[in-house]
Each structure stands twice: as structure tokens, then as C-alpha cells.
Design a protein around this ligand. Structure first.
Ligand SMILES: [Zn+2]
Length: 397
């Protein structure tokens, strides 16, 4: 048994506790939290830390297999420049790519991340995920803009999925984005999702270009499809509506859904979404550092808060981020949206993420019986209850 006390405990499923004591098994399973009503109590065998105790982070959006692209893509070029670069670089895999993936996994663990929703287009991450101390849900991502590709693209995704399954790793087949999946491929993914009761995830409204492509069929996405990928897009009929509204039909309301980025999502999109599905099983993933890296734009977080959405946090990949750290995503959000309370940011980064990945039985909060990982955040300004540039994570369990 360990008794760990800190200036504050943020269990993330209940209000923060000042000078509380967390009792856990040596393997990190939470036994109980003792609320001393703010009084610090000396006890034998008590570990005391200055800082905040929180559960392990849940990173709801990552692409481990792109870890070798760290520092390879110029910042703030917009989605057109980014997609073009990814396309030319992603297949030039270095010989030591699996080692690079393994290192990224280790660094996430050290950064206090306990569970990850990870996008995969290949089997490259299987070895790392099998050995990792992190829980992974792999989103096997399928894409193919031309309808003639649907069959092949889906078969390939099924092959990748079966490899994850054979290695006893949790996975589901998901669409990449509204602009990279044909109607026929969307339908295959939807049918499969209904049968398998899959958790779905899709990149949503990440760029201005996505809106333009749905509005009039032009812009950087159209250019990318035609000129980088050499696809004939003559079959494409812009819907004149937002990309999200145009694809709701393919995202069954009974399936849990993670909408990733939401940089250009507006109130009208949310109103329409509500007509089609419950927001209870819909999760909005924010990847602020990646958004700043690619488009230099952030999502309307205050709108999302007012609309009481389930907000979660992701790092995206090292192709569009300097590190895979949920703490640094929180700091970016705090800098840009100073009105968001720390307890909310921490809940988004833990419990909401665990719910999004369907693992809240064991992750996301410091609750009796869970083994969620235990982190200490130091360098907190307790007067303002805000993180600072000196805030750091230390993993205690
Ligand atoms: Zn992504």
C-alpha cells in the first residue's frame, strides 16, 4: 500500500480535494481518497508532494506510425501544404521506424499518458503496442476518394484490422475524413460499424479548405486530390453544405463517435448534429498544438463549452507537433482560453477521453478499483489555479 498526499488531488470525477491523501496498491490500483477537509495530516509512511495529483492522461488522437516525420514538415503552411508533404514523406520510411515508434510510446508513458486512441494505416505499430504499458485503441483508418477504390480500400483496412485482432489489440475500422472517403467506402465502413458496434473516429473540419471543397469543389483539398494524388475528381458533387452535415448519414447514431479537430465547426453544425444523434455518445477532440502547427488556427472552444459538448484532448502526430504531451496541449488551451477552469481542462484530458475510448471502467479518474495511472503536476500557480510554463508531469504510478 502507498499513501500519497499532495497540495491538491483532482480525482476528475468529483471536485478537487485540498491536502487529500490517495491510498493505492503498489501496482497503482486506487483504494480510496481521504478528504481531510483541507488540513494536512502527518502520518507514518506518507509520501507528500507539492503539486496536483491527477489520473493518467488519455490521448484521444495520435498517429504513432508517423513518428518518423518529426520536424520534417514546415509549420503553418495550411492543409494543402501539409497533406502534400505527408504524401511524399510518409512512405519513405527509415529502416529504424519501429524503434522510433517505440521511443515515442515510451515518451508518452513518461509524459503521464495512460491510454491512447491511435490512428493506423499499417501494421507498423503492432510490436510497440503489444509491449507497451499504455492501453491502445487502434483506429484502423480507411481512405479512398475515388469510388472505384472502395472495395480495395476496405479490404485492406480489414486486413490491417485482422492483424491487430490476431495480436489481441483493440481496434475498429474508421473513415479518415469527409474529403478522402467515397460514398461507397463510407457505406462499407458504416455497415461494418453497425455490425461490430465500433467506436468511430473521423478528422472533422480541420481546415478551411475542407469547407471550400464541400461548398464549391475547389481549393487546396481539390488541388491535393488532383495534383498530389493524381485522382480524377470529376464525379465529385459539392453539397453546398458543411462537410460534417454532408456525412452525418454515414456515422450511425448508435455508434460512439470521436470528431477530431473541429477547428472550423460552427454553431449551425452542432444544431444539425443534434438532430441526427445524441451528443452523449459524441466526443469532440481538440488537438490545439497540431492546429497551430498546420493552419495556425484554434477551434471555437468557448462555443463547445457553452454547448456542453464532451470535449477531449489529443496530440495528433509528430508530423504536426513537436512532442506527444497532453500537458503541453492543456497549457496551450489555457494560454489561448484563459477562462477555462483547470478542473475542466484536466477532466477533458482524462475522464472524457476514457469515456470516448470506452475504458472508463479502469481509466480516467482516481476512483476506488481503477488503475488509471497516477500523475503529479508540479509548477502550479495555486493562487490563480493555473498551470505555468514550469509545470511538469511526474509519473507516480
Ligand atoms: Zn490526425
Amino acid at each position: 500500500m502507498r499513501k500519497i498526499a499532495a497540495t491538491y488531488i483532482f480525482p476528475c470525477n468529483q471536485t478537487p480535494i485540498k491536502n487529500g491523501i490517495l491510498i493505492c496498491e503498489t501496482d497503482g490500483t486506487v483504494v480510496e481518497i481521504i478528504d481531510n477537509k483541507g488540513e494536512l495530516k502527518e502520518e507514518a509512511g506518507l509520501e507528500f508532494y507539492s503539486g496536483i495529483l491527477i489520473p493518467g492522461f488519455v490521448n484521444t488522437h495520435c498517429h504513432l506510425e508517423l513518428s518518423h516525420l518529426k520536424g520534417k514538415i514546415e509549420e503553418k503552411t495550411g492543409i494543402g501544404g501539409f497533406l502534400g508533404k505527408i504524401n511524399t514523406l510518409r512512405n519513405k520510411e527509415p529502416d529504424n521506424i519501429e524503434k522510433i515508434i517505440h521511443t515515442a510510446d515510451r515518451k508518452m508513458w513518461a509524459a503521464g499518458i495512460a491510454a491512447v486512441g491511435d490512428i493506423s494505416n499499417s501494421v507498423l505499430t503492432i510490436g510497440t503496442k503489444q509491449k507497451s504499458k499504455i492501453y491502445y485503441h487502434t483506429f484502423v483508418e480507411s481512405f479512398g476518394f475515388h469510388p472505384s477504390r472502395a472495395e480495395k480500400a476496405f479490404d485492406y483496412a480489414q486486413f490491417i484490422y485482422s492483424e491487430f485482432q490476431a495480436n489481441k489489440l483493440c481496434a475498429s475500422i474508421v473513415p479518415h475524413s469527409p474529403y478522402s472517403v467515397s460514398e461507397s467506402l463510407f457505406n462499407k465502413i458504416k455497415e461494418n460499424a453497425l455490425v461490430e458496434k465500433n467506436i468511430l473516429s473521423i478528422h472533422n473540419q480541420e481546415s478551411k479548405g475542407e469547407a471550400q471543397f464541400y461548398k464549391d469543389g475547389t481549393g487546396p483539398i481539390a488541388n491535393h486530390l488532383q495534383h498530389n494524388l493524381g485522382i480524377d475528381i470529376s464525379h465529385w458533387k459539392p453539397t453546398g453544405r458543411s462537410s460534417l452535415n454532408s456525412i452525418l448519414n454515414y456515422l450511425p447514431s448508435e455508434n460512439q463517435l470521436l470528431l477530431v479537430h473541429n477547428t472550423y465547426t460552427q454553431k449551425a453544425d452542432l444544431d444539425e448534429l443534434r438532430k441526427n444523434r445524441s451528443l452523449e455518445n459524441t466526443f469532440f477532440i481538440l488537438c490545439p498544438n497540431s492546429n497551430l502547427y498546420i493552419e495556425n488556427q484554434l477551434p471555437p472552444v468557448s462555443l463547445f463549452q457553452n454547448e456542453k459538448l464532451n470535449i477531449c484532448i489529443g496530440t495528433d502526430s509528430l508530423a504536426s507537433n513537436h512532442q506527444l504531451s497532453i500537458l503541453l496541449e492543456i497549457i496551450t488551451l489555457q494560454q489561448n482560453f484563459p477562462n477555462i477552469e483547470l478542473k475542466n481542462l484536466l477532466k477533458w484530458a482524462t475522464l472524457n477521453g476514457a469515456k470516448a475510448l470506452g475504458i472508463e471502467q479502469n481509466f480516467g479518474s482516481l476512483e476506488s478499483g481503477k488503475k488509471p495511472g497516477i500523475n503529479l503536476i508540479s509548477g502550479v500557480d495555486f493562487k490563480t489555479m493555473k498551470l505555468t510554463e514550469n509545470s511538469k508531469i511526474k509519473r507516480l504510478a
